[in-house]
Every structure is written in structure tokens, then in C-alpha cells.
Design a protein around this ligand. Structure first.
Ligand code: PLP
Length: 291
């Protein structure tokens, strides 16, 4: 299948738009904020999940892969997006889910059930094996001709798809901010692909700032470093750990009120797991910068 056929088949509308937003907390300092609306790429495949899956799916389709396995929590956007892709592409999908949601499946899992995915609920200890080479080898032997995609879709092939976010940018930026959970998106944004073209899109003077959305000081940096090959040319990057709000998917009224206020000012809906924490962090960092 050609790349464009794949996009059509899945209903992906790339490239995504860059939208200037003007919340008062940025305009009062004369800062131009732009959001790359990857959330609008597709109604079900959330933006960065598509970026990370693209170059895993293309070879899988070319190799006529009939079965894909991946991992996630009960509310995983990655598993949801991949499940949808597999359903559209006629590939059997097995989701290995941390925890037993069989009695109260999340909206994502309800969709997977409708899409006839094979859902395996496993306990914490089994889930912890998800990156263990012996476990993966056993799984691979159990299911031959199966593509195993890691949690969050964050693997080496994912970086290429993510770098396309930078390629698409219409103007240069000083900073790019991104939420960090499994690190693949940050690693991709930090990667400089030397195309030989000397255009602004190489953005070599740009700093990539990750905002950790879970308690992961040190751990998240390691995930990103592990994804970046030693000889990869990278932009400068770091992860800020001050805005995880107590952990993954944890929130409080300060964050929800911020998201409501942001919606009133920009008409963009933020969720509190990723984008809410990101923009909250940005407002706070701007305020501190100008103190
Ligand atoms: C999954 C997700 C992230 C986290 O990306 P990683 O590559 O896992 O770090 C960030 N933002 C949104 C909206 C997501 O769905």
C-alpha cells in the first residue's frame, strides 16, 4: 500500500495546522504562542500516536503482517489508536492491558471490544515484563508472524514519524514544548535528520522542553536517551519535572480551572493528562521568567 493510500484508508488529514493562540498570560509579555494541532489529524487516532505508529505500520502492511500486539494501561490512547488502525487495515490486534477491566471497561476498551480486538488483562507483575527480552521472545514464539509494538509506540521507528512534525513547521521557533510519558515524542522532536537541505526546518537553535506528566525524574531522561542512538544529532533538550501534579493522570482543581480558563480564552479544549499540564507549565514558566 502506498503511503497516501494508507492516510486515506485511515482518514488522516496531514499536515496538521499551526494555530496562533493569544491567552492573556502570553500576550502581556509579547510572546507568540503557536499550537501544532496534531489532535485534529484524526478523530480517534490522537496526533502523536499516529506519528509514532506510521513507520511501524507501513512496513507491517508491506510485509502483510496479520497480527499486532501492544501494551498499555486501561485508558491508553496508544492502544486505542493502534486498535483502530488494525481494525481499518484488517490486522488482528492483541492488547495486553495492565489491570483487569473486564467488568468495567474504559471508553477506549469498549471501542476495542467493538473492533474485535483480543484483549488480555494481566497483573502488574506480568505487565512489568513488557520490555524483558526473554518475555518478548516467548511472546514472539507463541505468536509467529506477529509484530510486537512497545508501550506508547515508543521505539526507534517512531522517531522518524515524529520528526515530520518539525519538517511541517511553517516558521522557526525558539522553543518547542511537549508532554512526556514514554519519551518517544520528545526523542523524535530532539532528533535532527540531516536532509542536506539547509532550511529553517532543521531548527538547530531550537530548544525542546519536555514536561514530565508522571513522577519520573531520571527515568524519563533515560527513556529518551535510550531511544536516541549515540551518533544521532540532537537539538538541545531537557525535561522539567515540576508539573506532574502527583503522577500520571493525577489532577486537581487548580489544573481543571486552568483548563477551563484556557478554553474560554482560546476555544481549545485541553485534557488534564497531557496538554493541560503542558500549557499550565508553560504559563508558569513564562510568569517565572518575567519575575
Ligand atoms: C501519549 C501522549 C503523550 C505522550 O507521548 P510520549 O511519546 O509517550 O512521551 C503526550 N501528549 C498526548 C496528547 C498523548 O496522547
Amino acid at each position: 500500500m502506498k503511503k497516501n493510500n494508507l492516510l486515506t484508508k485511515l482518514g488522516i488529514t496531514a499536515p496538521s495546522v499551526e494555530l496562533i493562540i493569544q491567552p492573556d498570560w502570553a500576550t502581556k509579555h509579547g510572546i507568540t504562542l503557536v499550537v501544532k494541532r496534531d489532535d485534529l489529524l484524526h478523530p480517534l487516532i490522537s496526533g502523536n500516536k499516529w506519528r509514532k505508529l506510521k513507520y511501524a505500520l507501513i512496513p507491517a502492511i508491506e510485509a502483510k503482517t496479520t497480527h499486532i500486539i501492544s501494551f498499555g494501561g486501561g485508558f491508553s490512547n496508544h492502544v486505542h489508536a493502534l486498535g483502530y488502525c488494525c481494525q481499518q487495515l484488517n490486522i488482528q490486534f492483541t492488547a495486553i492491558i495492565r489491570g483487569d477491566y473486564s467488568l468495567n471497561p474504559s471508553p477506549m476498551l469498549q471501542d476495542l471490544i467493538r473492533w474485535k480486538a483480543n484483549i488480555q488483562y494481566v497483573d502488574r507483575q506480568t505487565y512489568q515484563q513488557r520490555t524483558n527480552p526473554d518475555y518478548l521472545q516467548t511472546l514472539q514464539q507463541q505468536y509467529p508472524d506477529t509484530l510486537i509494538i512497545p508501550e506508547g509506540g515508543s521505539q526507534l521507528q517512531a522517531l522518524k514519524g515524529v520528526t515530520e512534525i518539525i519538517d511541517e513547521l511553517q516558521s522557526p521557533y525558539d522553543y518547542v514544548l511537549v508532554p512526556v510519558a514514554s519519551g518517544g515524542t520528545l526523542a523524535g522532536l530532539a532528533t535532527v535528520i540531516n536532509t542536506g537541505l539547509n532550511n529553517h526546518n532543521t531548527l538547530t537553535d531550537c530548544t525542546i522542553i519536555g514536561i514530565g506528566v508522571l513522577k519520573g525524574e531520571g527515568y524519563l531522561e533515560q527513556l529518551v536517551t535510550d531511544l536516541l542512538a549515540k551518533d544521532t544529532q540532537t537539538r538541545s533538550w531537557h525535561i522539567n519535572h515540576d508539573y506532574h501534579f502527583g503522577g500520571y493522570a493525577k489532577s486537581n482543581h487548580v489544573l481543571t480551572e486552568f483548563c477551563q480558563d484556557f478554553y474560554q480564552q482560546t476555544e481549545i479544549k485541553l485534557e488534564t493528562v497531557y496538554s493541560g499540564k503542558l500549557l499550565f507549565a508553560l504559563r508558569d514558566l513564562i510568569a517565572k521568567w518575567y519575575l
